[in-house]
Design a protein around this ligand. Sequence first.
Ligand SMILES: C[S@@+](CC[C@H](N)C(=O)[O-])C[C@H]1O[C@@H](n2cnc3c(N)ncnc32)[C@H](O)[C@@H]1O
Length: 381
Amino acid sequence: MLRLENPSSFTLPRSMPFTRRLQDHDSDSDDESTASLPPFSPPPSTRGSRTSYDVSMRSASPTPSVWSMTSSIRAQAFKQEYGRELNNYSEVYRLPADDEELDRLNKQHDMFVELMGKYPPCLPEIMRDDVPGETKACLDLGCGSGAWIMGLAREFPQSLAVAVDLVPMQSLTMPDNCRSEVDDINLGLEHFYGDFNVVHARLISSGIKNYVNLIDQMSRVLRPAGLIHVMEFDFHVWDHMPDGNHRRCDLSTSQIAEPWVGRWMVYASLAVRNAGGHPDAATHLHRWIASHPLLENVVYHDYWIPVSPHPIFNDFQKHVGAQMRDDILSFLKSGRPLLLGSGVPEHIVDELQGNAERELRSAARPQYIRVQSVYARKKTT
Ligand SMILES: C[S@@+](CC[C@H](N)C(=O)[O-])C[C@H]1O[C@@H](n2cnc3c(N)ncnc32)[C@H](O)[C@@H]1O
């Protein structure tokens, strides 16, 4: 199926089997030899920027042209596994990149905004267009559907917004000041050093081999006083305790039994680790960022999100719990390639998933997912 891509531009990954960068096709031709390089228009410059804007392609048309993704490019960027479409670039990240998953991510984004707000309070001031000769710039690592970065690009139209992911961002409504790059961020961010006022990463730990190193790389892409904002969840479920505290549901794979959502998470966490990801990065984010020599003014929040609208929760928690339940129901399906690909037998995956679905739908347990958020500023000296 032909998919129309963002009008702006995107660059290709460093180690994918592409021989050259995407071409501006006006038809769904598989014949790359017929493609020619589109004319360049000068991108908004960032002072001293070494972003890959200079190597990406942008239509010269005042009305942005429309990128089309040829089926050959699509075939190289995606692969089918266990009935879902996954990225074809990283063996580490094993969740789908298809429409169903993008829909889940969009809804999840809306839930997060309702719960946490759009940005840290200092972000609007940092992104304000108030430095003559400097284009403010924001980088989103592992952008997924792009809901976060496109919202920022629209809110700060004079800025430059760059989104990186293992697959091209697929949106028909990408703002002109936003561009999508395909890359594995495990390969490093040296080409971006010193280019951005804000760098953001949310829920990407399952595709990250070394999260401590990622934080170091993120600190280096920032300009002085720039903002790093990272948010992750820890692949655990937490029980509600009568005293109002939360207790981590520490389970093993030695039995297949309730609690089911917690049990499924243990399998997912192990599968992420087996694939080379960093499922427990959330637990260490605060310490890693607080101890980084280039970062200061660290602010930490954790968010306890009910996994269902259980009767003990208040009205707002039930409202969020209903959204989180739907998110996890969809996540259970997204996790099938992850679990099956890590060698969990299909009948076990079915049993875990079916029981977890029933547990969620009946709001059987007062439990939470914990999302940890840390932001900090880059030192000026
Ligand atoms: C769970 S989604 C989250 C998407 C988005 N950050 C959000 O919060 O809605 C994780 C995204 O990170 C991307 N990702 C994971 N590992 C990556 C890597 N090593 N390099 C680039 N993107 C990566 C995945 O392709 C996926 O789109």
